[in-house]
Design a protein around this ligand. Structure first.
Ligand code: MF3
Ligand code: CO
Length: 291
């Protein structure tokens, strides 16, 4: 049972202000949109100022780790070396790699090469060679706050087809981002992502999407990129979620390695690309917290 907050009670967001001077009008606006049949965010995924400040500190580590990898990733390197860099750098900066032991995940980072869609295991046996494309997906916990982002890297001489896949996937994220603003819907973003991939002859993985993030690694909402404008959850200031489409050059189908239950591959063996950013919905648009 939830008890209605009185106008003069302290606001649920812990601002210390009275409800009527803080989130009352905001809640009324959300309730109206809910009454029109839309999915709306619960209070527990709307971050306050202190939480956003803490999350941004976590993001600083995530960005620094990915910047370092961007500088140092090279042909001939194995992906276990990337795992070690992520672990060492994150812990030196006071953080914890969020993937490590997450639901049994055994490494500090996901490294997904070519036809690996996501959750690739770092390994001494996976040696980066010229022509490879790789996604490095880094997530950090700092003081209980979570950050999550990933980038693609092209190793040596990459074919024009694969380079285009990497570039178009980045554009998908950028076009989706443009749609992130308060009182819009996640489907506005999702459709923009999907339309651009589709226009280039690609498919967008359906089963795995983005997510709310910040206070937990994976929070509501689940974020689809096979959604339609005006649908999915309402976006409001204080929400934080990822945009992280997995874009396949070939067919949309994927499978999970049944030996480890983690690594995801394209069913047709064609390459897949992914970029991930973490975005905050602000009063007048958005702020990218992590990339
Ligand atoms: N970083 C991934 C994401 O974007 C999650 C990886 S799950 C893990 O949500 F267990 F591998 F860490
Ligand atoms: Co993510």
């Amino acid at each position: 049972m939830s008890v209605k907050i009185g106008r003069n009670d302290p606001c649920w967001c812990k601002s210390g202000k009275k409800y009527k001077a803080c989130h009352q009008a905001f809640d009324e606006r959300i309730a109206l949109i809910a009454s029109q049949g839309h999915t709306v965010p619960p209070h527990n995924i709307i971050k306050n100022r202190d939480q956003i400040a803490g999350i941004k500190e976590s993001c600083k580590i995530n960005i620094a780790v990915l910047d370092y990898i961007e500088e140092h990733i090279h042909e001939g390197m194995n992906t276990a070396e990337i795992d070690k860099i992520v672990y060492d750098m994150t812990t030196r900066m006071g953080g914890i790699p969020a993937p490590l032991n997450y639901q049994g995940y055994p490494y500090s980072v996901c490294t997904s090469v070519n036809d690996q869609v996501c959750h690739g295991f770092p390994s001494e046996d996976v040696i980066l060679k010229s022509g490879d494309i790789i996604n490095v997906d880094v997530s950090t916990i700092l003081n209980g706050y979570f950050s999550d982002s990933s980038r693609m890297f092209c190793i040596g001489e990459v074919s024009p087809e694969k380079k285009k896949l990497v570039q178009v996937t980045k554009e998908c994220v950028e076009l989706g981002l443009k749609e992130v603003k308060p009182w819009g819907f996640l489907g506005d973003m999702g459709q923009a992502v999907h339309d651009h991939a589709f226009a280039n002859g690609y498919t967008v993985v359906r089963e795995i999407g983005g997510h709310g993030v910040g206070l937990e690694f994976h929070e509501d909402p689940w974020v689809s990129y096979n959604s339609k404008r005006g649908q999915e959850m309402l976006m409001v200031p204080g929400m934080i979620f990822t945009i992280e489409p997995m874009v396949n050059m070939g067919k949309v189908d994927i499978y999970i390695d049944d030996e480890n239950d983690w690594e995801v591959y394209t069913a047709d063996g064609m390459p897949s690309a992914q970029w991930e950013i973490m975005v905050l919905v602000t009063e007048d648009g958005h702020e990218v917290l992590c990339w």
